[in-house]
Every structure is written in C-alpha cells, then in structure tokens.
Design a protein around this ligand. Structure first.
Ligand code: NAG
Ligand code: NAG
Ligand code: NAG
Ligand code: NAG
Ligand code: NAG
Ligand code: NAG
Ligand code: NAG
Ligand code: NAG
Ligand code: NAG
Length: 508
C-alpha cells in the first residue's frame, strides 16, 4: 500500500475527496468516489464467493446471509484480505459453502465502505444443479472497459476517431445489461476488464485533464476501482465470471499520440497492478480450487445443462509454446507461467473435458480471450495461432459445442470449423466446434475493423457499423442453443443463430 499522506495530497490535486483517515473505523467510512465493488463468483455447485474492497486490511472479512432480506442468521468468514503495491484498496474474499442449489439468498458483506442500509442486503441465486434441463440464458461481454469520464463516453481525447464515442442517447453495455438483468443467470467476461492500462493513452490524448504521468499508479488504480464500482448493479446480483485478457497484464498505450509534442508512443509505463496479472490475481477468486484449475487463469463450472470452461490464452500454452509473448509488438504480455508444470493447462483441459457427463451437461462452452478463426489480417498479435495449436485438437476431440473469444473489438459469427475445414452441416448438427468472436463490449478508443471475410465468416459487425454489444446465449434444452448479438445502445438484437445438436440427454 502506498503512503496515505502521498495519496491524499495527489487526490486533492485531482479534486477527489480524501477517501479515508488512517486510524478511522473502517465500518464508518464513507466515500463518494471509491466504494466496495461487491462482486460474486460461483464456487462449485453449492458455493458462492463474495468479494469486496475496503481501505484497510480486514482480519476476518465476514458475509452474513440468509433466505430473507431482514434475517441473515448465517455467516462465513475468511482471512483473505489482500492487496499489492500501489493499490488503493484491499480485496476481501469469502466463500459461502453448503448452499442449496438454484436458491435465492440475501447477503451482506461486513464491513462495506459506505452506509449499506441504503443498498444492502444484496441477493443472488445459486447455480442450477447439473442435469437440470430448465432453459436459461447467460450474458457474455468481452473487452468491456470503464465507462464515463475516464473511459468510454460521449466524448474522447485528441486522436480518437469520432465513431469510437457513444451517441448522446446510446446506452453503454453496462446499462444495456442492467436493463435486462432479469433475463440472464450470470455474466461472463473472458478478459480485458476496465482497460485501466489506457490511463496513459487517455492522459496523453488530453482526456484526463488534471492528471500527470507521475501520478500514474493512482490514476490506474482509480480507473480500476471505478470500473468495479460501475459493475455493481450487475455483480452484486449474480456471478461475474472472468478470465485473463492481455489488458490484465498489458501496458498498452495503443499507439497514443501526443499532438503537442508530435510523438506517437510505442512504449508504455507499467504499473505494479498491470505487471504479471498482479491486480487480476488479487481482485478475484475464480473456482479453480473447485475444478482443479489454476487461480483465475483456467477453471470450469457447471450451471444446469451446461459445462463452462475458461481458458488462459495469455500464458501457459504449453507444448513448447511459451505464450503469446513470443508474438512481438507493443502488446506483449510478459507474464506467467502460472501452472505447476509446463503443460499444466492443456493437461487440465484434457482431464476436465474427459470428465464431463454429457447426459447431464450436454453443452460444453469454452471461452478464451484470444481468437484464432477471425477475418483479420494474419497478425499473430491478434490471431493466436499458438492457442489453436494447443487447444483446438482437444476441443475437436471432445466435441465442444461453442468457442467464444474477444480481444479484437468487433463481432464475428463463424461456421463450425475444425482445423480450418468448415463443417458441412453448418449449425445443423455439426461435429466441429462453433466459433464466435465478440470483443465489442466497448472501451475508450472504440471498435476495430474486420478484414475481407474469411470463407467461414457468417456474419460480422465492426467499426463501420459502430454498434457496441454483448452476447446472449440461451440454452433451450438438450439439443438447441441460441446466440444473439445485442446492441448495447438500444437493446436491439442484431444477429441470431441457433445451433442444433442431435443427441439424447438425461435432464430433469
Ligand atoms: C488462513 O486460513 C487458512 C485456512 O483456515 C489457513 O490455512 C491459513 O494459514 C490462514 N492464513 C493466515 C495468514 O492466517
Ligand atoms: C438503457 O439503460 C437503462 C438503464 O439500464 C434502462 O432503464 C433502459 O431501458 C435502457 N434502454 C434501452 C433502449 O435498452
Ligand atoms: C481540473 O482542475 C481545475 C483547477 O483545480 C478545476 O477547476 C477543474 O474543475 C478540474 N477539472 C476536472 C475535470 O476535475
Ligand atoms: C511530426 O513527426 C513526423 C514524423 O516524425 C514528421 O514527419 C512530421 O513532419 C512532424 N510534424 C510536425 C508538425 O512537426
Ligand atoms: C509471474 O508470476 C508467476 C507466479 O508467481 C511466476 O512464477 C513468474 O515467474 C512470473 N513471471 C514474470 C514474467 O514475472
Ligand atoms: C497465418 O499464419 C499462420 C501462422 O504463421 C499460418 O499457419 C496460416 O496458414 C496463415 N493463414 C493465412 C490465411 O495466411
Ligand atoms: C428444444 O428447443 C427448441 C427451441 O426452442 C425447440 O424447437 C425444440 O422442439 C425443443 N426440443 C424438445 C425435445 O423439446
Ligand atoms: C438499434 O440500433 C441499431 C444499430 O444502430 C439499429 O440498426 C436498429 O435499427 C436500432 N433499433 C431501434 C429499435 O431503433
Ligand atoms: C455502516 C453500516 O451502516 N453498517 C450496517 C450494515 O448493515 C448491517 C445489517 O443491516 C448493520 O448491522 C450495520 O450497522
């Protein structure tokens, strides 16, 4: 943790109220800028991890919970209150275990950073048990950054193309998700949360008027805190499952221009939170302990008739591939490895896929940040050929239904495809995995361009369409699943496609 006196003086320059007095009782702290960023994650079939942030390290973070809003007779505690150099807050993680499946719980973390009486207790619903054939939907938003005056808004700094900003009446993706929050069970973000590493780009482009490069760590951390605050209308209510993207470890100025000095930056300045996924490791507790995975990097979980797998496309590719850092360019991720052995991730993936009972969870959905089937220039920085080499054979062998990625800030629905060969059945009972890339959730500096369509592209939206959006996956039953692209600005579904798999299940 940084010296509070230094932080206070810098926050004063920024016009941000001093968030805390050292020695103050954390339970009575209030602050209009940073709040508790409460977020949830599934923790096995009958568990839920509650995470929130405080200004002080807690000896025993506690979550009270129960079945009624004003009667929370149960509680769980932990000793996990963690932070890192330059962070402005501590991350507290408490896992509630032994919960009933598919059940509404009310909960209250203690202490929060503000008067919780106005907002809490919160509530969540636990996962449906595996084998439950009730239809449901989930939301997937990838490459979703901070919104507002330090992120995506109706204005931008110098050099940002006009199409990158929001229209005056457009909803952003967070608002769009909130508007229909009752229609999906959880939110999945396989990488690139907050884009706090754009602090330097935003600063150079004149978008953050009162900051200096010397204050970088505080600006970076403030953007992080803002993002997780902004997400709370969603993340307090349902599991928010995340995976690693390059921006969790990147120091990317994205070719920022400093017009006053006629400089285009190709190097960046790395903050401790960006280095080797430090912030990402501190902020989350994804269910790898419950699924044999590794940290927040790779893990799996079941929800009703679906088995979900989060992969790490940033490190630990194994089989002689050191990871996308060998790919060159300014978007290097010099991070990892995190696995105990060289092939830890692919060994785990094979074992995880082999253990799925497809009569109970017929649907196997895989997410990894970087795509490999995409209508894009054959730029290895974007197209992860290493990922294809190590993951695709297993995804084909075990009949994975859908692979979803982001990284490129656009939307492409492809055909089912195996090692470059389009499945002739298309969506009518293919044996190859179906591929969708949707990195269009929105962040400061906008959308990317699709190149000439590859033969397997079936639908695409890019910077020329200027429509930020998210994906809704609906599992109807054992055989039918629908993907929709929802335009965040107005909630209109811009693309719909249904996958059919001819199989029998034992769903209840
Ligand atoms: C935290 O709790 C765990 C499990 O009860 C225990 O193994 C560990 O030693 C504790 N750590 C600290 C720092 O107290
Ligand atoms: C925009 O978002 C707000 C806040 O979530 C919501 O109330 C409204 O219905 C949304 N509008 C559309 C057209 O989706
Ligand atoms: C920047 O600082 C100036 C001088 O303190 C202040 O007037 C202005 O409101 C600040 N701008 C923002 C966006 O905080
Ligand atoms: C800016 O730099 C570029 C490349 O270094 C140079 O070609 C150009 O003339 C410069 N522009 C100005 C206005 O100095
Ligand atoms: C990143 O952290 C892991 C786990 O602590 C460590 O093994 C690895 O060497 C680190 N990598 C880099 C590039 O610092
Ligand atoms: C793109 O590059 C990869 C790796 O070098 C190569 O295997 C692939 O054939 C290339 N694809 C095209 C369309 O050029
Ligand atoms: C599964 O869902 C699809 C889409 O709603 C529907 O057309 C189909 O009849 C359903 N199949 C069964 C066996 O109910
Ligand atoms: C929503 O926005 C999209 C993209 O601009 C547009 O195509 C669609 O017609 C809009 N929907 C409505 C109901 O206005
Ligand atoms: C600071 C504060 O208001 N804390 C309250 C949070 O909610 C619990 C339960 O409702 C109260 O007991 C705390 O006093």
């Amino acid at each position: 943790m940084t010296d509070w006196t230094v932080i206070a003086s810098i926050l004063a320059v920024l016009g941000i109220p001093y968030p805390a007095r050292p020695g103050a009782n954390p339970e009575t702290l209030t602050d209009g800028v940073i709040n508790s960023q409460v977020r949830l994650a599934y923790a096995g079939p009958t568990g839920m991890t509650v995470t929130w942030n405080t200004f002080y390290q807690l000896d025993s973070p506690r979550v009270n919970y129960g079945f009624q809003p004003h009667y929370l007779p149960f509680y769980a505690e932990s000793n996990v209150s963690v932070t890192y150099d330059t962070a402005l807050t501590y991350n507290n993680h408490v896992t509630l275990t032994g919960l009933q499946p598919d059940t509404l719980y009310y909960y209250l973390p203690e202490p929060l950073l503000f008067d919780n009486a106005t907002v809490a207790p919160y509530s969540f619903r636990t996962a449906r048990p595996a084998g439950d054939g009730t239809p449901y939907s989930i939301a997937v938003a990838i490459d979703l950054g901070t919104m507002g005056s330090d992120g995506l808004s109706t204005s931008a700094g110098e050099g940002v193309p006009p199409g990158a900003i929001l229209g005056p009446n457009d909803n952003n993706t967070m608002q769009s998700l909130q508007a229909v929050i009752d229609t999906f069970d959880f939110l999945w973000q396989p990488g690139d949360m907050s884009y706090a590493d754009y602090w330097l780009k935003e600063e150079i482009e004149g978008y953050l008027p009162n900051t200096t490069i010397a204050d970088g760590a505080i600006v970076y951390e403030s953007i992080q805190n803002n993002f997780y605050d902004q997400m709370t209308p969603i993340t307090t209510r349902m599991a928010y499952m995340v995976g690693p993207g390059n921006h969790e470890a990147d120091c990317d100025v994205g070719g920022a221009k400093d017009p006053a000095h006629n400089i285009t930056y190709t190097e960046s300045i790395c903050m401790p939170g960006q280095t080797n996924f430090t912030g990402f490791i501190n902020r989350f507790r994804m269910p790898s302990a419950q699924s044999g995975g590794t940290g927040n990097f790779w893990y799996s979980f079941d929800q009703g008739m679906v088995h979900y797998i989060q992969l790490d496309t940033e490190t630990d590719l194994g089989h002689g591939h050191v990871g996308p850092e060998e790919l060159g360019g300014v978007s290097n991720v010099d991070a990892g490895p995190f696995g105990a052995t060289k092939n830890a991730q692919t060994d785990w993936l094979e074992q995880d896929l082999a253990s799925v009972d497809r009569t109970k969870t017929p649907w196997v959905i895989v997410a990894g940040h970087r795509p490999w089937y995409l209508s894009y220039a054959n730029v290895s920085k974007t197209i992860c050929w290493d990922c294809k080499d190590v993951f695709e054979p297993l995804l084909i062998q075990y009949g994975v239904d859908l692979v979803i990625s982001g990284h490129s800030h656009l939307y492409q629905r492809s055909a089912p495809i195996a090692d470059g060969v389009i499945d002739p059945n298309e969506l009518d009972n293919p044996s190859a995995p179906w591929y969708i890339t949707n990195g269009a959730a929105g962040h400061y500096s906008g959308l990317s361009a699709l190149a000439a369509p590859k033969p397997y592209q079936r639908f695409g939206l890019d910077v020329t369409d200027g429509v930020y959006g998210w994906s809704r996956l609906t599992f109807h039953n054992c055989t039918h699943m629908t993907h929709e692209y929802v335009a965040s600005k107005n909630g209109t579904v811009m693309d719909t496609a249904t996958l059919f798999k001819d199989r029998t299940c034992a769903l209840t």
